[in-house]
Design a protein around this ligand. Structure first.
Ligand SMILES: [Zn+2]
Length: 303
């Protein structure tokens, strides 16, 4: 895949239909674009993995990962797992970001994508019709064994981490951690703590536990995430979110969040950073994201 594949994701999604994926229009965005829910694999499979990408439309690795997963799943379906995937949760805002990407994409171009609204933070509310449609589509599954919401992190970051919803099967967390660790190039460290401060609990280096609020207690004033929604409705063995960075800056290893944000701001404005950075190629990002998902999927089928 290429960054510019973002410009024609709909046709890439449609292409998987000819190869056996079930592509459903599960809703229409406010501006009239199709919202797709795609199912791949045996309808009667014993296990279900659900992936939602693009709840934050400027974190474009999510939709690219989802479509690349779809492409490989139609080529090589898993015998015992059905995958349900929403590759683009916010088609209108993703379209704006895609149309601003130049032909030759640089790190700075990616950092300058800015069209984003918080579908993740408002997932359980009726603020966005896209969230209502995705919730409705998810309720159609009898069970969900694992759930992923695909995000990217603060772009230039000291290292890599993922969030895991509280209550996850520890064997799945362990398999995800060992799968990702084995697949990581040496220059990408797994972080020892959450730089955002959201999680205080380290399950394994780079795997931080996230408390999930009770969905019953959530309302329009007190909204909840897709992880809270899925957790409440299906009690899966694993719910998680990726926070993939675009570049690693080792000098930020002990930095406070404000310093990490400052570094991102400077680079966005000037194209330079006072600390050396190393970009993570799109292929490497895709491979890490896929490893996370397939490690967990493998774990639930061997339980
Ligand atoms: Zn995000």
């Amino acid at each position: 895949m290429k960054w510019t594949d973002l410009k024609h994701l709909d046709s890439l999604i449609r292409e998987t239909e000819a190869l056996g994926a079930e592509v459903e229009e599960i809703g229409i965005s406010s501006e009239g674009r199709s919202l797709y829910g795609v199912t791949v694999g045996d309808r009667d499979a014993a296990h279900t993995v659900v992936i939602v990408a693009g709840c934050h439309a400027d974190e474009i690795i999510g939709p690219l990962t989802a479509v690349s997963m779809l492409q490989s799943l139609v080529q090589q379906p898993w015998p015992d797992v059905k995958f349900g995937i929403v590759p683009v949760a916010d088609p209108d805002f993703l379209h704006r970001n895609a149309s601003e990407l130049p032909t030759n994409v640089t790190l700075r171009d990616l950092l300058q994508l800015k069209h984003c609204r918080d579908l993740e933070g408002h997932f359980t509310t009726d603020t966005y019709p896209e969230c209502i449609a995705i919730r409705q589509w998810m309720r159609g599954f009898n069970q969900v064994d694992a759930y992923f919401s695909l995000h990217s992190a603060g772009l230039i970051a000291p290292g890599l981490f993922f969030y895991v919803g509280r209550g996850a099967n520890s064997r799945c967390v362990h398999q995800a951690a060992s799968g990702v660790t084995a697949a990581l190039p040496d220059h990408i460290p797994l972080l020892s703590h959450d730089p955002t401060g959201l999680s205080q609990t380290v399950l394994s280096p780079g795997f931080f536990e996230l408390a999930l609020p009770n969905v019953q207690a959530l309302n329009q004033q007190n909204p909840g995430s897709s992880l809270a929604f899925v957790s409440h409705h299906f009690q899966p063995q694993f719910v998680g979110a990726s926070e993939m960075p675009l570049a690693i800056c080792p000098a930020l290893q002990q930095a406070a969040l404000s310093e990490i944000e400052q570094c991102n701001r400077e680079f966005r404005q000037t194209g330079h950073s006072k600390h050396p950075l190393r970009e993570i190629s799109l292929d490497t990002q895709l491979s890490i994201m896929r490893t996370l998902i397939t490690s967990v999927a493998h774990c639930i089928t061997t339980a």
